[in-house]
Ligand binder design. Structure first.
Ligand code: 5GP
Length: 214
């Protein structure tokens, strides 16, 4: 067991489920190492190299693959994203929890190579809700919206294979549930059990989120 029982938490959520707000609340007072990924995509306005991402371009990314420097990497909407391996294991060895916020393919790669990783999925209240939000924003065509909704549904269907699933239908409760899971996993006090994806209740919840009128 690592020092302080330090754990690797891998978090995924489809866009539009309020992930950013939950995570900034959860981690504001917590001593964790928040992994900075590498990506081939260009920075968006306001993004700073080394803060949101290491923006390394296609050649830099390829070099890191060749030199086996990624814990995982995946393609996502025309670009590549990857987690640098070394800082993750350095921090775990020093006894600090590590958090990765990555998409589902990468999450399953991590679980395969490092089974002690804790996979957590944040569920939006419904797929219909994502669709409503995108429509309300009014910046995308019907076709693009339909694709995004389909993509979100595909991602949510993978929640069944995560270790823990947390529903975000209210910020305060979602933050509390998230913290409960993280603390409980470290102390093994059983309080996280009700969030396990193998529970019938949780399976039913995922089914209900996926059951929407397109
Ligand atoms: P964005 O381009 O909007 O910042 O991120 C797109 C997606 O890539 C998000 O789902 C995000 O969680 C995921 N992502 C960010 N970093 C990584 C990474 O290192 N590996 C993988 N597999 N996905 C990542």
């Amino acid at each position: 067991m690592s020092k302080n029982n330090a754990r690797l938490f891998v978090i995924s959520a489809p866009s539009g489920c309020g992930k950013g707000t939950i995570l900034s609340e959860v981690f504001k007072d917590r001593d964790v190492f928040y992994s900075v990924s590498c990506t081939t995509r260009a920075p968006r306005e306001g993004e700073v190299d080394g803060v949101q991402y290491h923006f390394i371009g296609d050649d830099g990314f390829k070099k890191m693959i060749d030199e086996n420097e990624f814990l995982e990497y995946a393609g996502y909407v025309k670009h590549f994203y990857g987690t640098p391996k070394k800082p993750v294991f350095d921090n775990l060895e020093q006894g600090r929890d590590v958090v990765l916020e990555i998409e589902t393919n990468g999450a399953f790669q991590v679980k395969k190579s490092y089974p002690e990783a804790v996979l957590m999925f944040i569920l939006p209240p419904s797929v219909g809700e994502i669709e409503r939000r995108l429509k309300k924003r009014g910046t995308e065509s019907e076709e693009v919206i339909a694709n995004r909704v389909k993509e979100a549904a595909g991602e949510i269907a993978k929640a069944y294979d995560y270790d823990y699933v947390i529903m975000n239908d209210g910020l305060e409760e979602a933050v509390e549930d998230f913290i409960t899971v993280m603390n409980s996993v470290k102390t093994d006090d059983g309080r996280a059990d009700k969030f396990k994806s193998e529970n019938e209740e949780i399976k039913k919840m995922i089914n209900e989120v996926l059951d929407y009128d397109a």
